[in-house]
Design a protein around this ligand. Sequence first.
Ligand code: HEC
Ligand code: HEC
Ligand code: HEC
Ligand code: HEC
Ligand code: HEC
Length: 217
Amino acid sequence: MGHRITTLLLLVGITFAAIALVPRVRGLRMPGNFQGFEPQQPIAYSHRLHAGELAIDCQYCHAGAERSRHAGIPAASVCMNCHRLVTASRSTVRAEELAAEAEGRPATRVIAPELAKLYSALGLGDDLEPDADRASQPIAWARIHQLPDFAVFDHRPHVGADVECQRCHGPIETMERVRQVESLSMGWCLDCHRDPAGAGLGVGATPASIDCVACHY
Ligand code: HEC
Ligand code: HEC
Ligand code: HEC
Ligand code: HEC
Ligand code: HEC
């Protein structure tokens, strides 16, 4: 009995919300709007370098986007696929080689300060081998894009419909530090769902769901 009343009240609430909101969602901004949010990260990881200049595929690091709700942030072990060998930029390594040659000594390994943070998070010593005195701990990346709990976003249907990452996240491959480009407001979701062709998804794009329960459950 109590459950039914709760359900009924919820339905009434949703109906009122629908009447009140739907015609106005376009201009609506929530107090928690994080458009432009660009937090400092624990390691100065650059998408401009990795996804831009080095052209590493987004899904090499964010493979979750295709198979789960969340795109996911790569584990430090993914970074180590390259950074076990690459310990500093090529120009820094080259400069050390030239200096060593001029001074008639063997070149030493250069470790860029930002990569030293990666090695330390993995509990590695200066020789890049596990160091018993250093505990490994996950890198505390600051979360940037985040919807409130009452709205659900799933990457899968979007990746499946060939909506490009950049459509919703902006030109990530040009960013030294990731910034939230879009508002992520309900009006923003609905604009594209109602008229995906207008949102630039190509003339054949079929409208996506605008049912409340598609995104609120
Ligand atoms: C080599 C690994 C790597 C590649 C390649 C990569 N990313 Fe990332 N991405 C990360 C890491 C690490 C973070 C967390 C730190 C940060 O925000 O910069 C991140 C963060 C993000 C975020 C912000 C997550 C949040 O908290 O909201 C988005 C969006 C994103 N990446 C999209 C992309 C897109 C789009 C591409 C391809 C153009 C891409 N990434 C390529 C490693 C990668
Ligand atoms: C596919 C290879 C690859 C992967 C994977 C990769 N990197 Fe890199 N990264 C590079 C290369 C190559 C450079 C050096 C580019 C240059 O010469 O300037 C670099 C440079 C860097 C630098 C700059 C170092 C400096 O000189 O200051 C940082 C920091 C960095 N990477 C962090 C990361 C992190 C964190 C991850 C994992 C999320 C990661 N990288 C994953 C290839 C990779
Ligand atoms: C239709 C819009 C849209 C597209 C396309 C999209 N994203 Fe997202 N992305 C979002 C939204 C919205 C969030 C916040 C989700 C939440 O809070 O649950 C998000 C969150 C993220 C995050 C951080 C949280 C997580 O899910 O792990 C990463 C990383 C990310 N996206 C990467 C990508 C990559 C890479 C692609 C392309 C393969 C992509 N996104 C495509 C809208 C999109
Ligand atoms: C740039 C366009 C675009 C934006 C922005 C966008 N979507 Fe979508 N969405 C799509 C497309 C295209 C589909 C796939 C429709 C299909 O498979 O026919 C989809 C599918 C979905 C689905 C699965 C239901 C369905 O109709 O297939 C959900 C749930 C969803 N989106 C939620 C969201 C949420 C939540 C946001 C905002 C945070 C959002 N979307 C933003 C284009 C977009
Ligand atoms: C395509 C996805 C989607 C659909 C469909 C959708 N919503 Fe939302 N809704 C969202 C997102 C995302 C937010 C969070 C927006 C924010 O954080 O600013 C939201 C927020 C809300 C809020 C809080 C106030 C606001 O506007 O931010 C209410 C109330 C709401 N939705 C009701 C509804 C009702 C009622 C329906 C059906 C008529 C509906 N929603 C359909 C995605 C959707």
